[in-house]
Design a protein around this ligand. Structure first.
Ligand code: BEZ
Ligand code: FE
Length: 333
């Protein structure tokens, strides 16, 4: 599917068909498209109808139909179109292996949230709600033992996270892998705080035989998305605050279960209802930090207790990719 994305061979090249315009042989007039604002959409669709890949054809037909209608609706001028092209060019130029401005554009327009929410409806069982992976996930984070601290600096206090990973019927999932990542005590991800690439405030934990996990971290902070690029300029032009509510990202996986990409949002954040990237989309993902929780295995430490459930993996899940990507992998091939 969508093989064209990964390079095209000469045998894939579709036979070029001529236009189906008016005139032509017999009328004495040359065969041209004779377009109007109303007919250009149909002409574009007819030309693309040769696309052999059915999913590519479906996606491009819908994209062209909606894009053309959008341009007609707002009566897009040539000058405005050039502003848009300039903007998209700057979005592309802002991307590096560490920074994905296109993901940020998708996030701040709600498109990432929409794609994820639609994807959630395809799960074969109702498990823990999902949330955006975001642009700060990194593969190959360090592994920790239960209860170990993932942050280098803890001078502003620590917080424990504990609970269980089970299937939707409550059966514990042993050896589930929990990737966790969050902002440090200054509200920055390691990628932002340290240009050397050193990892901090992220790690991998494994559940025990009863599905229990125990993580030691610092309280995450509300933080601003990167506002120094073209997407930040757009967000500012819209008079939006650019903030995300304090949260902890988690990616939980186990063989034969659908990978869970989610985040827990602190109930104390004032940005829960206005998250600039629409990630705090479920009240079930709001967590309380409890002082002196008697059940927390790390005594005396403020704690978040959260149990996660994983849905069984369907055949479609096996074929579909992850809901997000390590930014360094995008465009790398
Ligand atoms: C994040 O949660 O890390 C994030 C998500 C979307 C855009 C920026 C940051
Ligand atoms: Fe985040």
């Amino acid at each position: 599917m969508l093989k064209w994305l990964f390079g095209q061979t000469s045998s894939d090249t579709a036979e070029v068909k001529g236009p189906s315009g008016k005139g032509g042989s017999g009328s004495g007039k040359p065969e041209v498209l004779n377009l109007t604002p109303e007919t250009v959409t149909q002409a574009a669709l007819e030309q693309m109808a040769t696309t052999p890949d059915p999913r590519l054809r479906e996606i491009m037909e819908a994209a062209i139909t909606h894009l053309h209608q959008f341009a007609r609706d707002v009566k897009l001028t040539p000058a405005e179109w050039l502003v848009a092209i300039d903007f998209m060019t700057r979005v592309g130029k802002t991307c590096t292996p560490e920074r994905q401005e296109f993901i940020l554009l998708s996030d701040t327009t709600g498109l990432s949230a929409l794609v994820n929410l639609m994807h959630d409806t395809t799960a074969m069982e109702v498990a823990t709600d999902t949330s955006l992976l975001g642009p700060f996930f990194r593969e190959n984070a360090p592994h920790f033992k239960p209860g170990e601290q993932i942050c280098k600096n803890i001078s502003n206090g620590e917080v424990a996270m504990y609970g269980r990973v089970t299937d939707v019927k409550g059966k514990p999932i042993a050896n589930a892998r929990i990737d966790i990542w969050q902002t440090d005590e200054n509200g920055l991800y390691d990628i932002q705080a340290d240009a050397s690439g050193a990892m901090d405030s992220r790690g991998v934990f494994t559940t025990d035989a009863n599905g229990n996990y125990l993580i030691r971290t610092v309280p995450p902070l509300d933080y601003s998305i990167p506002m120094d690029g073209p997407v930040g300029a757009l967000v500012r032009a819209q008079k939006r605050h650019g903030m995300r509510p304090a949260h902890i990202h988690l990616l939980i996986s186990a063989p034969d279960y659908r990978e869970l990409v989610t985040a827990l949002y602190l109930s104390t954040s004032k940005y829960l209802a206005t998250d600039v990237v629409f990630g705090s989309s479920s009240e079930d993902l709001v967590a309380n930090v409890v002082e002196n929780d008697p059940n927390c295995p790390l005594k005396g430490m403020p704690a978040v207790h959260y149990d996660f459930t994983l849905a069984r993996m369907s055949e479609a899940d096996r074929r579909s990719g992850r809901v997000g990507s390590d930014p360094s992998k995008i465009g790398a091939n």
